[in-house]
Write a protein that binds this ligand. Structure first.
Ligand SMILES: O=C(O)c1cc(=O)[nH]c(=O)n1[C@@H]1O[C@H](COP(=O)(O)O)[C@@H](O)[C@H]1O
Length: 236
């Protein structure tokens, strides 16, 4: 998979997306999440594909297995590179998601990679224990979800950089560790709790990094992207 930093296009309209992407002269890997997809619908995927970029469609599906399978079957037709579910939906749901993707991918087209969100990077260990009543360490919960995802046949997980090494030990080097919560040194964390710099992500074994506001809200997004890219360097 493309190892360029994944830019989170947390924008709310097609006009903003085009304006943002037109600043760049290179092939990018971008993430379309709920904000954009729910306002612009599947047509936004076609628009971005026509501009030549790779796409992570981040809709974090979490429902009963049958519903997730059918939804994935539909998403598979969009021709994106990466999609995700919540590991908390359980192993049957994750297996169903993969079945839907396989069934829905048109002949001759590559199946999108499928990853599972473990514990959101906006969650602290204290919150997890109090609010989710998961009475173990955050690390242990993330690794438990990663192993569950691997056993269900998924290609990897979303986690923070802080858990990437442990997941590499448990699930192997080629299992994707896609890590959001990326900030440049001294940058504001916003709502993220488990944050790290691009260079630390590389040293901890992240296979992809997801970067939103540090690029999209920068005074010069192209310059910020290249700074992130240089520090990250890829883990291929
Ligand atoms: O699945 C994700 O992409 C995701 C999982 C997670 O645990 N944490 C997380 O921040 N994300 C996404 O990654 C992006 C991070 O954005 P910034 O905090 O602006 O860099 C957002 O679009 C989130 O929806």
């Amino acid at each position: 998979m493309n190892t360029n930093p994944i830019i989170a296009l947390d924008l709310s309209s097609k006009v903003e997306v085009i304006e943002f992407l037109e600043q760049f002269n290179e092939k990018l890997f971008v993430k379309v999440g709920m904000e954009l997809y729910y306002q612009e619908g599947p047509a936004i995927i076609q628009t971005i594909k026509e501009m030549g970029h790779d796409i992570f469609l981040d809709l974090k599906l979490h429902d009963i297995p049958n519903t997730v399978k059918s939804a994935m079957k539909g998403l598979a037709k969009l021709g994106v590179n990466l999609v995700n579910v919540h590991a908390a939906g359980g192993s049957q749901m994750m297996q169903a998601a993969m079945e839907g993707l396989i069934e829905g991918t048109p002949v001759g087209q590559e199946r999108p990679a499928l990853i599972a969100v473990t514990q959101l990077t906006s969650t602290t260990e204290e919150q997890m224990q109090k609010e989710q009543n998961i009475l173990t360490s955050l690390d242990a919960s993330v690794i438990n979800y990663a192993v569950l995802a691997k056993e269900a046949g998924l290609d990897g997980v979303v986690c923070s950089v802080l858990e990437a090494k442990g997941i590499e030990e448990a699930c192997g080097k080629t299992f994707f560790k896609v890590t959001p919560g990326i900030r440049l040194a001294g940058g504001e964390s916003h709502d993220q709790k488990r944050v790290a710099t691009p260079d630390f992500a590389k040293s901890e074994g992240s296979t992809q990094i997801v970067v939103g506001r540090a690029i999209t809200k920068a005074e010069n997004p192209v310059e910020a992207y290249h700074t992130v890219q240089q520090l990250w360097g890829g883990n291929a």
